[in-house]
Ligand binder design. Structure first.
Ligand SMILES: O=C(O)c1ccccc1NCC(=O)[C@H](O)[C@H](O)COP(=O)(O)O
Length: 384
């Protein structure tokens, strides 16, 4: 590794454009004020020459492909329904001395996932002011070393012959409310590790999941050895740096909110920082999109529709059938079955469908002893 001062003049839409666009009933608006996400003008962090040229190639490709293409058209062509927050919120109207805001389809989130993403946009803007990329870059030198997230999944899978477990430290969720009142993240993480979890997923979203980056840091510094997934709603590359500084070994990238170019660019950032990326899909279209992206090693199939909360574990099977399953095998991608897993029969069902790992929250976090809950979930002790 060598120190290189990077200049990323032409970067991906993930870094130089906001892509704050929104639709109204019949008209789409594109926010042409762009420079909000431009933190990467001059970066100083250790990367190899090969990584540098890879990033530059990526940047050039992004620039090229964006010429003449409106970002909202790109997004629509990829079937992404989650819109970005309108730049100004509902317009203000005055009637006499009164001021009010008009709510309509275009400036009010249309489902919970969209609401989360819009809120995240505001939250990230504020956090970035207090933690600039230059500051994060400095902090990277003191960040704890990255552990091998995918390696841990693979070795637990070959040791037990069962899907390896990513156990989720989850206090609450929009669909289920508070899952555990006496929530001590470190205690839960230790109990998960004792129960045989290969990796942990730590929710860092505060507003909707009552999680935090403090939880992630506390678990990381507690001595727990399991590699940690930062379970966030990533809309900007800056968040990946932040997660790394806070001790994450892996990060979640959700295909229903990120266009392909953002995913590609973010994968490169992850690679450069040594983080694993869990790219999450929910339907066939998202799976087909991500299977076209080079370099994906880990795909999560979420059985929960994040817009409606509907959960169906048959989704994992559906997305792994036929050609898609073949392609995944050929590419050597590890698949994680996510959400709605409660019994040994559920685990067997997703394993038969082809997953090598599972991500589980509710069914183990609610139990008074999460170690016991893991044994009950798998129908056997997976720790030894
Ligand atoms: O869990 C939710 O209600 C939720 C709502 C909106 C966006 C994301 C949401 N959950 C994230 C997850 O996918 C789950 O936390 C994870 O897969 C574990 O699921 P479970 O075992 O069902 O708790």
């Amino acid at each position: 590794m060598e120190g290189v001062l990077m200049s990323l003049g032409a970067t991906s839409s993930a870094t130089t454009t906001t892509r704050s666009f929104y639709f109204q009933k019949s008209t789409r608006f594109r926010n042409t004020h762009i420079p909000k996400h431009s933190p990467f003008k001059q970066l100083s962090f250790p990367i190899t020459k090969a990584q540098q040229s890879e990033l530059e190639e990526g940047s050039a490709a992004v620039k090229e492909s964006e010429v003449g293409i409106f970002q909202d058209e790109v997004v629509l062509s990829q079937g992404i329904k989650i819109r970005r927050r309108p730049p100004t919120g509902p317009p203000i109207h005055h009637v006499g001395p009164f001021e009010f805001r008009l709510q309509n389809e275009g400036n009010t989130p249309c489902n919970i996932l969209e609401e989360i993403v819009w809120h995240k946009d505001v939250e990230v803007s504020r956090l970035k002011e207090r933690n600039t990329l230059v500051m994060l870059n400095k902090m990277l030198t003191n960040a704890p070393p990255v552990r091998d997230f995918i390696g841990a999944l693979k070795s637990a899978n070959s040791r037990t012959g069962l899907p390896s477990l990513i156990a989720e430290v989850k206090k609450a969720s929009p669909s289920r409310g508070v899952l555990r009142e006496d929530f001590d993240p470190v205690e839960i993480a230790i109990a998960y590790e004792k129960g045989g979890a290969a990796c942990l997923s730590v929710l860092t979203d505060e507003k909707y999941f009552q999680g935090s980056f403090e939880n992630l840091e506390a678990i990381r510094s507690s001595g727990v050895q399991c590699p940690l997934l930062c379970k966030e709603f990533v809309i900007e590359a800056w968040q990946i740096y932040y997660a790394r500084v806070k001790g994450a070994d892996a990060i979640l990238l959700i295909a229903s909110i990120l266009p392909d170019l953002d995913i590609k660019y973010m994968l490169k950032i992850c690679k450069m920082l040594g983080l694993a990326a869990l790219v999450e899909v929910h339907d066939e279209r998202e799976m087909d999109r991500v299977l076209e992206i080079k370099g994906i090693e880990l795909i999560g199939i979420n059985n929960r529709d994040l817009a409606t909360f509907e959960v169906d574990i048959g989704n994992t099977k559906k997305l792994l059938e036929g050609e898609r399953g073949q392609k995944i095998l050929q590419k050597g991608i590890t698949v994680v079955g996510e959400s709605g897993l409660f019994t040994p029969a559920d685990i067997a069902y997703v394993q038969e469908s082809g997953v090598k790992a599972v991500l589980v929250g509710e069914s183990i976090v609610k139990h008074k002893d999460p170690t016991v809950a893991i044994t009950q979930l798998f129908g056997k002790d997976i720790a030894s």
